[in-house]
Ligand binder design. Sequence first.
Ligand SMILES: NC(=O)c1ccc[n+]([C@@H]2O[C@H](COP(=O)([O-])OP(=O)(O)OC[C@H]3O[C@@H](n4cnc5c(N)ncnc54)[C@H](O)[C@@H]3O)[C@@H](O)[C@H]2O)c1
Length: 267
Amino acid sequence: MSQHPPPGAPGHGATDQGEPGHAAVVPALPDLPEATIARLPEYLRALHHLAEAGHETASSEELAVAAGVNSAKLRKDLSHLGSYGTRGVGYDVTLLVDQIENVLGLTQRRSVVLVGLGNLGHALAGYAGFASRGFRIAALFDVDPELVGQRIHGLTVRHLDELPQVAAEDPIAIGVISTPAEGAQSVADRLVAAGVTGILNFAPRVLNVPVGVDVRKVDLAIELQILSFHQHRKSSAAGPAGLTALPGGLTGPGAHHSTDAAEAVGS
Ligand SMILES: NC(=O)c1ccc[n+]([C@@H]2O[C@H](COP(=O)([O-])OP(=O)(O)OC[C@H]3O[C@@H](n4cnc5c(N)ncnc54)[C@H](O)[C@@H]3O)[C@@H](O)[C@H]2O)c1
């Protein structure tokens, strides 16, 4: 989904890197492949589920199934952390949770601010998954006078002009942008000026940020388009002779016309 430009690349677009701002307090972090970093949160979630189910150890196969990846890839990923498990026993679940949390910098709770409290911002403000995964929503910002002052999920919406003051009192690790695309760059500029070095951008717009600021973007429409491509590819590969090769029993004469994800799942 995201690209990883080389370190020091001109400061534009989503840099999607780790946490250079925290390198000084987390010495000797391994230099991990970006794909491995992206899978570590999946392993962590799987490990938490296994721990809740009473597992003290987990084999690479169990963990791979729980995380939805293949076990060879999982073993390779974990070997980057220096974690090889014990033959015949597997991985110590608690130890591995600690290792992954340490690498991901989750041993300290990080402050997050949300900017743009419309439909999406409201939903994000109420998302319990932030707190349970080590993130604290420190403040909510908008510019709409009708929203400023409102309480949303226990926090008062502040005017974006208050951002510098809030950041000075409580350093912000990550800013989440859920404003319309037109306002996103100026919001990003203000977050950066307030010392924020990590931005999660939901707005459909490429952000220009200085080197040292990491941007990740989330775009559900892009995910749908990628799924659409796979549907399209499967449909065109099927052709008349390939109809039986389609998964899910889509072997009828109309199956090869399903180029659109909504059509395939909705009918
Ligand atoms: N990434 C995704 O998958 C995804 C999904 C849904 C929506 N979106 C995007 O998220 C954004 C928000 O969508 P929505 O439906 O919540 O929109 P919305 O219109 O309901 O809310 C936008 C909010 O941003 C506020 N705002 C506008 N300019 C601002 C600024 N400069 N500073 C602070 N706040 C500002 C508005 O007052 C409003 O409250 C849009 O860019 C939309 O395209 C992305």
